[in-house]
Each structure stands twice: as C-alpha cells, then as structure tokens.
Design a protein around this ligand. Structure first.
Ligand code: ADP
Length: 702
C-alpha cells in the first residue's frame, strides 16, 4: 500500500485504479531516485515562481531532472485545472470572450526519441499506463488521449496542433525543453508563444528550459527582439521569472590528440581499447559519432576486437544509440550491464549530448563532428553535412563524463582545432530551407512572414527564396498569400515537396495515391535495404533483389518491394532472403497507416487499394513519377554529353549515389529525393524521367 506522490498545495492527482497496483508499486520504487535529482529540492520554488508569474526561464545542467520532473511538479497545481479563461479580443467586434481552456501541460522536444522515451519514463514514475495521464505525440505515432495531462510532443507536433487550436486551448502550460538546440520548430513555437502570452492568452504559462546559457534571447521581456509597443512590454516585464538549477558537475580532464586524426572511427576504436585496458571499472564509455552507419561499423569493429581479449580483462557491452533505433533497444542504455565485470560502451549520435542522459558514464570520446541539415543556396538544395561541432557542444559532450564522479574526455582532434570552433551552433532556421517554416507561419495566420517575431530572422533573401519555392509548388497565390492548395499541404505532416506529391497523386488522372503513400513511407524509413559483407553474400543479394529491380529507378523499386513483401505469406523469411530489414518494413507499414489517415480528409472516396501482388505497370510508374516531379522539380538533373549529370536548376554536377538502382546507368534525366554531400555531390533516391516531363512542370508552374 505505497503512497502516490501528491504534491503539496495541489488538487488531488489522478485516481489510482486497483488493477494499477503494479504500476503504483513501480512508481513508489522510483521515488527515491527522483528525490536524488538536483532539481528535486527546488520544486517548491519552481511552483511558487509559476504561481506568481506566467513565464519561467529555467537553466539547468543536462541530467538535473528538468524534463522528467517539471510536468510532475506542475500537474497538480490549481492553475492547471481546466477552467474558463478570457481570450482577449476574441470576437470579431473586438471584445473579449470567455472559453474553457487548460487541463494539460505540453512539453516539447526537438527529437522524437526524447519525447517518446521521456513519456515512457514519466508514466513509470507517475504509475500510469502510457497514453493515459502521461502520453506523447510525435509524427506518425500518437500515444495520448482525452485523459492525458502531461503530454510530450515534438515541437513540430505542437505546431501541427496549432492548426486546429491556434490558441492552444487544450493547455494550461507549455514547456519548451532543450531550447538551446534552436531547432526551427523550437524557434517558431517560441515566436507564437510570445504572441499568445502577450496577446490573446494572457493566462497561459510558458516554461523555457535550456542546458546552456544561451537563453537570454529567449526571455520574453528581451527588449531588443520585441516589436510591440514598449508600454505593453513594460506591463509584462514583471511576468518573467528566471531560475537556475545548480548542477552537480564533477571535474572532467580533457585530452586532445597531438595530431589531427584521419579516420575518427578508427581513432575511436583505438581510444576505446586504450581506455578499457588502462582504466578500472566502474566507468562506462560514451562515444560521440555522427550517424547510424558510423555507429554500426564501430560497433562491429569493437565487438570483433573484444573477442580476442584475454579473460583477465573486463568484458565489453556495446550499445548503440540513435533515433532510428527501435525503442526497446534505446531503453537498453539506461539499464546496467547485468553481467558482472562488464563495461558498457555507448556509441551515440548527438542525442546523448543533452537530450538523453546515460547513467554510469565516466569517459567520453568525442569525434568533434555532427551531422547537420544545411541549405546550399547556390544550388537551392538542402542536404545533410558532417560538420565540426561548436565549442558549446564540445563542452556539453565533455560534461557527460562528469555526472557521477570525476571524469575524462578524449577529443579526437587537436587543441588548435578546438580553439578554432565556432562558439555556438548556428540556429537551424538560418541554415535550412525556410519553405516549410513559411508555410507553417502562413497556415497559422501569419501571412507577413517578414514581420514574425523570430529569435533570429532568416532574413529577407532566404525568406524570398522560400516564398519562391512555395510559389512554384503552387501553395501561394500571385500576391504570395497562402491558397487552398497551400492549406492542404500544411495539414500534412510532411515537407512541402512531399505534401505536393501526395496531393498531385490524389488528383483525377494521376490516381496513384496508394502508390505515392507507399513510396513516401518507404523513403521516410531508414535502412530498409541491408548491405551484407562478403562477396558471396553480396552475390546472393544481387540475385534475390532482381525480383524488384526496376529500370525506372528507386521510387518504383521501393513500390515493387512493398508490394512483393505484402504478398508474401512468410514475410520475415522473405525479408531475410532478400536482405531487407523486416523491422524497417513493419515500421514502414506503420507510417503508411498514419499517412492514409492524414490523407482521408482531403481525398474523399478514392479508388480501393490495389491487391498486394498487383504489378506496377509502366503506365502506372509514369503517372507516379510525374507526381513526384510536381514536388521535386528543384531536384532534377539531366545527362550531359560527357556522361555525367547536371542539375536542371543551377547546372551543378551531381552523381547518382552507389546505393541507387540507377547507379552507373545513363538516362535522359533524373529526379531525386535527396541531395547528399560526402566526398562529392550525390543524388539519393533516384528515378529516370524524361526531359519533356520536367519541361511541362517548369512551364506549367505548380
Ligand atoms: P534533464 O532534462 O535535466 O536533462 P532528465 O529529466 O531528462 O534531465 O533526466 C533525469 C534522470 O532521469 C537522468 O539521470 C536520466 O538518466 C533518467 N532518465 C531519463 N529518462 C529515462 C528512461 N527512459 N529510463 C531510465 N532513466 C531515465
């Protein structure tokens, strides 16, 4: 008969059903752990601050308990209850209006992994089923209900909710977590929130949480970024509270390499074993790399080497951590190694920098790089680039070693390189294609995108380019106002180009919505096709994959693959034989289901889904590819006499990526899903098209 944590000064919490006994017992067991978090002793002060003020800016070390505890601290506050609130100037005649609002607290995260993991953890801590009092909502996955009172969502999903609920009437409070990451979503959410708390929803509570000092700009009473009349800001100056959760940070010794390293995966391998032999247990190792591929290759290398270790050396347990990893495996990093005398080596992307705190780490190995979205205005394309981290990120990474005791950080770069790093990471909104952001703003009533209250404005030029892109997609009218097509596009949880493809596919004449959905779902899931090592396996793979090799290119190949997979009675065995990831396929089917739900409201009755085994005729393939062209005219290239490809817009050289079925082939023109820049510029997700179709699109506009 344990006790349920009822916070002081609050209204009673959720009623515990008898069958929830086990959950309740678990919550009870977790309580002492919560009480040890640095933030715990400040809960009274945090509650008091929010009773007095509407905006709270909270600074706290990663791992101090901000994300897991804030919702629990606040959920039982009186102001959390759903009640009548005044919406200022809510009526057409300019008078105030009263509506019911509140009852739930939203906590936004830049990453979906963080949102789902946190919700899972907080549900355990509160002793409830995930999706009841505690839930989450991320793209293509929603585990929340009417009952949900603490809801974790990606910043993108909160923006999505604002389409239907621009005043965020569901919520009494919005917590913007990891604000220092400055993702586009975070920046837009902050701009809108500022408008709301100083405008139509004066009672809404906003909590901005950050792990680094760069929050000054985000404090809502910052004069330099305010556009409104001074008097109004004066009036609300008193509404902002600032709070700092003192961290528990032990000293971390930092080492640099004397010379620049050529291959950081190899350098990481050596460092891990050097450390493993030199340092006693306990003390796990956290390695920062840039992406899944690197992580999986280092994992294999470490596991191979570890086999030849002598019995006197502790064992090694390698645990990867990246977004595309299934939730069960992500959860694994939080658990102890189980087997005694074992060291955990966690290989992570920058998720572990501030989003996720891995316990037990005493040694950090930092490759000094990160994979970032980057817009290249010269060629008008967005691509993923591996770039050096900022100083601020490097310090955060080193800090992960000093959470539980004095630690060490090994940087796989020289001290000189460190000194030359930029102080902070450039906010995403300044380095990505802003078309999505513009559509987001316009669909939520902010037509004048130059005048929006940005933390950092992308600037006139970038906004101009974004407007142009949206215009060519057909989302705007001649006076740059969002039109019906634009609104339709904004309702889809996809970038504007893909939204345009789906809408084109639903049009009569094209009539290939099911096919377009299958392909988009396949494009959105990572690593469907596995690459075996060894010549023999590779031959087997090539032989097996002939079944869905299509001369039209990757889009139609993926479609054929989905159809083949679905028609199999023994899906898992079939997937294995064809070196296709069964898990990724299951994921794909899940994404597809959600996309279908999103499209029902604008398509109306469409043709029935094709039977799984239906073949993709050349005519159907053409219709599908023409739809993709409607969204990807800016991603086309034509063959030039020397046998290489040059982009139609910008005339830049681009090669077909080795992963494509069209690799090494010569076709008149190509459309591609993605532009990646590794050793050189590559098109990934490539299909063959005719120049005539490209021309039609360019002339016809959206
Ligand atoms: P902050 O937001 O300040 O970075 P968090 O609230 O995310 O801190 O984390 C507090 C503690 O809870 C950390 O020690 C972390 O390891 C633990 N924790 C967070 N999520 C999980 C989880 N899913 N499973 C187990 N422990 C977790």
């Amino acid at each position: 008969n344990g006790e349920f944590p009822l916070l002081d000064g609050g209204v009673p919490g959720p009623v515990i059903q008898p069958h929830q006994g086990q959950l309740k017992a678990q919550a009870f067991r977790l309580k002492p752990l919560r009480a040890k978090l640095p933030i715990w002793e400040h809960q009274g002060a945090i509650r008091a601050a929010l009773r007095a003020k509407n905006v709270l800016v909270m600074l706290g070390e990663t791992g101090s308990g901000k994300s897991t505890q804030i919702g629990q601290f606040l959920v039982n506050e009186k102001w959390m209850a759903r009640r009548r609130v005044t919406i200022t100037f809510g009526n057409a005649d300019g008078t105030d209006k009263e509506v019911m609002a509140g009852g739930c607290i939203a906590i936004t995260q830049p990453r979906r992994v963080a949102a789902t993991n946190l919700a899972r953890r907080v549900a355990q801590e509160m002793g409830c089923h995930l999706g009841d009092e505690v839930g989450y909502s991320v793209r293509f996955d929603n585990k929340s209900s009417e009952k949900t009172r603490v809801k974790f969502l990606t910043d993108g999903m909160l923006l999505q909710e604002m389409l239907h609920d621009p005043l965020l009437k569901r919520y009494s409070a919005v917590v913007v977590d990891e604000a220092h990451e400055r993702t586009v979503g975070t920046d837009l959410v902050l701009g809108f929130l500022r408008g709301l708390v100083y405008g139509r929803r004066k009672g809404l509570k906003v909590i901005i949480m950050s792990a680094t000092l760069e929050v000054e700009k985000m404090a809502f009473n910052n004069e330099s970024s305010s556009e409104g009349p001074d008097t109004e800001n004066e009036q609300y100056d008193g509404t902002v509270a600032a709070f700092r959760v003192p961290g528990r940070q032990f000293p971390v010794e930092i080492y640099h390499t004397p010379e620049p390293v050529v291959d950081y995966v190899d350098a990481a391998l050596k460092t891990v074993f050097q450390l493993h032999y030199a340092e006693r247990l306990p003390g796990d190792i956290l390695v920062f790399l840039t992406g899944q591929e690197e992580i999986e290759s280092l994992r294999k290398l470490i596991e191979d080497y570890a086999q030849s270790m002598d019995n006197s050396v502790p064992k090694i347990l390698v645990l990867p951590l990246y977004s595309a990893l299934p939730p069960g495996l992500q959860q694994r990093v939080f658990q102890p190694a189980y087997e005694r005398n074992t060291r955990k080596v966690i290989l992570s992307t920058n998720i572990a920098e501030t989003s996720v705190t891995v316990p037990g780490v005493r040694h950090v190995v930092d490759c000094g790089k990160v994979k970032m979205k980057q817009y290249r205005p010269r060629i008008g394309l967005e691509s993923l680039l591996i770039t050096p981290v900022s100083k601020s990120s490097a310090l955060q990474r080193a800090g992960r070693a000093g959470r539980e005791g004095p630690g060490k950080c090994y940087r796989l770069y020289t001290e000189r390189d460190f000194m030359s790093l930029a102080d902070t990471t450039v906010p995403e909104i300044l380095r990505c294609d802003v078309a999505s952001s513009i559509l987001t703003l316009k669909a939520r009533g902010q037509e004048d995108v130059l005048a929006f209250d940005y933390l950092d404005s992308p600037g006139r030029e970038a906004l101009g380019r974004g407007l142009e892109h949206l215009y060519t997609l057909g989302a705007l009218d001649n006076s740059a106002k969002i039109n019906e097509l634009g609104h339709k596009m904004a309702k889809l949880p996809l970038v504007p180009s893909l939204a345009r493809v789906l809408i084109a596919a639903a049009e009569p004449g094209a009539d290939c919505l099911h096919e377009a959905i299958d392909i988009i779902a396949a494009l959105s899931v990572e690593n469907i096709l596995l690459t075996p090592t060894g010549d023999e396996k590779r031959e087997q793979m090539e032989e097996a994959r002939k079944e869905f090799d299509r001369r039209e290119g990757d889009h139609i190949m993926l479609l054929t693959l989905v159809r083949e997979y679905e028609s199999q009675p023994q899906k898992k065995a079939w997937a294995e034989k064809h070196f296709v990831s069964h898990r990724a396929m299951q994921n794909l089917l899940d994404v597809r289901k959600q996309l279908k739900q999103y499209t029902t409201h604008f398509t109306g009755p469409s043709s029935p889904p094709p039977t799984p085994a239906a073949t993709v005729t050349p005519d159907l393939a053409t219709r599908v590819l023409k739809c993709f062209l409607k969204g990807f005219l800016h991603n086309t290239a034509r063959l030039v006499p020397d046998g290489s490809y040059r982009t139609v817009v910008g005339n830049q050289a681009v090669g077909i990526h080795p992963s494509s079925v069209l690799f090494g082939k010569r076709v008149e023109a190509i459309v591609y899903h993605e532009f990646v820049y590794t050793t050189r510029a590559f098109a990934r997700g490539v299909s063959a098209v005719e120049m005539g179709w490209v021309g039609e699109g360019l002339v016809g506009g959206g």
